[in-house]
Write a protein that binds this ligand. Sequence first.
Ligand SMILES: [Zn+2]
Length: 81
Amino acid sequence: MKRIILILSIIASISVGNTTPINIHARTRVDSVYICVSATGHKYHDNRDCHGLARCTHEIRKVSKAQAIKMGYSACKICYK
Ligand SMILES: [Zn+2]
């Protein structure tokens, strides 16, 4: 029984110590891009209203620029002149 209390107190201390908010949104806000998730989509876009994205008939996903590059996407010529 003592052991269970010890484990519980450890879990409690971990969860209390982990109060730092996960700043995913603040980070992706800086370099997030839009991609068209389709077999023909190879460009990432800076602007959600880009003409290239308007043609997209598939899902438009917001990802980080690093992730888009990793997925094989390159910069859109309209968005990145
Ligand atoms: Zn574009």
